[in-house]
Write a protein of this length. Structure first.
Length: 95
C-alpha cells in the first residue's frame, strides 16, 4: 500500500554515476531516508559495468556525494558530509 510513510522511507535515489577509466566498474551514490532518524542519507556503492557484484562501500558518513575516480582507476575520492562539516575522503578500488 502506498502511504506517505512508505513513500518517504522506501524511496531511494541513484546519483552521480562514475565509470572507471577501464570501463569495468561504476561507482555511484544511493540516497534514502534513515528509518530511525527519519533524515536523508546517502552511501557510496559500486558495481561491475554489467550490473553484477553491486555492493556498498560506505556506512560511516551521514551523506556522501561527488564520487570521482583517480586517473589510474585505483581509488575513488568523494565528499563526506556530517552536519556542516565536509571532508574529502579516498577509498581504494577494492574498498
Amino acid at each position: 500500500m502506498l502511504t506517505p510513510e512508505n513513500l518517504l522511507l522506501k524511496t531511494k535515489s541513484v546519483g552521480n554515476p562514475q565509470i572507471s577509466g577501464d570501463g569495468q566498474l561504476i561507482v555511484y551514490t544511493l540516497g534514502y531516508t534513515d528509518r530511525e532518524t527519519r533524515k536523508g542519507r546517502s552511501d557510496l556503492w559500486m558495481m561491475n559495468s554489467d550490473g553484477s557484484n553491486n555492493h556498498q562501500l560506505t556506512w560511516n558518513y551521514p551523506n556522501v556525494s561527488s564520487p570521482m575516480w583517480n586517473p589510474a582507476g585505483t581509488a575513488i575520492a568523494f565528499v563526506a558530509t556530517d552536519g556542516d562539516r565536509h571532508t574529502i575522503r579516498v577509498l581504494t578500488r577494492d574498498g
